[in-house]
Design a protein around this ligand. Structure first.
Ligand SMILES: Nc1ncnc2c1ncn2[C@@H]1O[C@H](COP(=O)(O)OP(=O)(O)O)[C@@H](O)[C@H]1O
Ligand SMILES: [Mg+2]
Length: 330
């Protein structure tokens, strides 16, 4: 049984249809990223999972407990870190976490140890007597994270856990996630693709309230392997000599886009992307068309898509690494 099972989940905020029937599963023991641009519906989904918000329609099970009938049982399995933690500014960190531990049913005798452990893990032990009011955003995030760890719930649901941290602190959070993944199933949201690449094994990608992809990170990356190719050629003396090649290359329906990547003397290297679902044999047809038009082909090289490109494709954005060198994409 999967740790999280979501089936055809809908959420409407009045006229806003934020979740439009999303379904996915998160397997036990797997660190899964919930990826999508701002406004995609991540926080809404996580609030519903954590039992803080009711769904409009659909079914959610956590560790086998249906949220509509067994919300409390499900909640005991979950440590939830909201996007902005509802902290009490006039409380000290330690005081606040003890209070939270009590609410979560951690026995009095265990509370000190449990709060101590959470503070150590999130590196706030040295500030435990500080007022929450006086903490920076990064430290507040850590308190939120410490809160989620109290009681050692098997499932951690973390809403943008690295938001508000500087790069150094992001590394610390990643190291912490790495340590926690041993004993926890972790489902974390982010709008930053590299976050998912750096930490997660699986990803669920959402866009405008719909799941647009899910699965193993490597499998997502491979999605377009057959669909992107770099062709190096010289134009020859025929019809290509003065042609606008981007238009010429995309004239066939199968080719979604074409971009010049490099020029070396007479040789031009173009990156050609097939349309979604197009059979890779379209590449052979393209090469034949180039040859027929007088081009001299020097190389045809299939590329692994960067996850940025896959993500941009899925969410209708443009990859922001347009000018990177594909040779460097590992
Ligand atoms: N309380 C609310 N009332 C009305 N609309 C909301 C509310 N919360 C979120 N939304 C809308 O729902 C959509 C999804 O938001 P959210 O779940 O916060 O996305 P994400 O976390 O992926 O950025 C957005 O269009 C957002 O404006
Ligand atoms: Mg959000």
């Amino acid at each position: 049984m999967a740790m999280i099972e979501v089936e055809d989940l809908h959420k409407r905020y009045g006229p806003v249809h934020a979740l439009r029937g999303i379904s996915f599963e998160v397997e036990r023991g797997v660190l899964t990223g919930f990826l999508g641009p701002n406004g995609a519906g991540k926080s809404t989904t996580l609030r519903i999972l954590a039992g803080f918000l009711g769904a409009t329609e659909g079914r959610v099970r956590v560790s086998g407990f249906d949220l509509s009938t067994h919300r409390l049982e499900a909640a005991q399995k979950i440590g939830y870190m909201p996007e902005t933690s509802p902290l009490y500014p006039e409380m000290k960190i330690e005081e606040y976490l003890r209070f939270r531990a009590e609410l979560k049913g951690v026995g009095r005798s265990k509370r000190t140890e449990e709060v101590g452990r959470a503070c150590e893990l999130t590196r706030i032990a040295d500030r435990r007597r500080m007022l929450i009011r006086d903490l920076s955003k990064g430290y507040r995030q850590r308190v939120g994270l410490a809160d989620a760890l109290l009681g050692r719930p098997p499932l951690l649901i973390l809403d943008e856990p690295t938001a508000g941290f500087d790069p150094n602190q992001v590394q610390q959070v990643r190291a912490l996630l790495d340590a926690l993944r041993e004993d926890h199933t972790i489902f974390l949201s982010t709008h930053i693709l590299s976050e998912v690449e750096a930490t997660c094994e699986e990803a669920v990608v959402i866009h405008e309230g719909r799941v647009v992809a899910s699965g193993n990170i490597e499998a997502l990356r491979q999605r377009k392997r057959a669909g992107v190719v770099e062709v190096t050629f010289h134009r020859g003396e025929g019809e290509l000599k003065e042609a606008a090649l981007d238009t010429w290359l995309t004239r066939e329906h199968a080719i979604a886009s074409a971009r010049r990547r490099r020029t070396e003397g007479e040789l031009e290297t173009w990156r050609v992307t097939l349309g979604p679902g197009v059979d890779p044999s379209a590449i052979a047809a393209l090469v034949a068309r180039l040859v027929h038009a007088g081009a001299g082909i020097q190389a045809v090289e299939p590329l692994a898509a960067s996850l940025e490109e896959v993500f941009a494709d899925l969410t209708g954005g443009t990859p922001d690494d347009d000018d990177d060198d594909p040779e460097d994409e590992g």
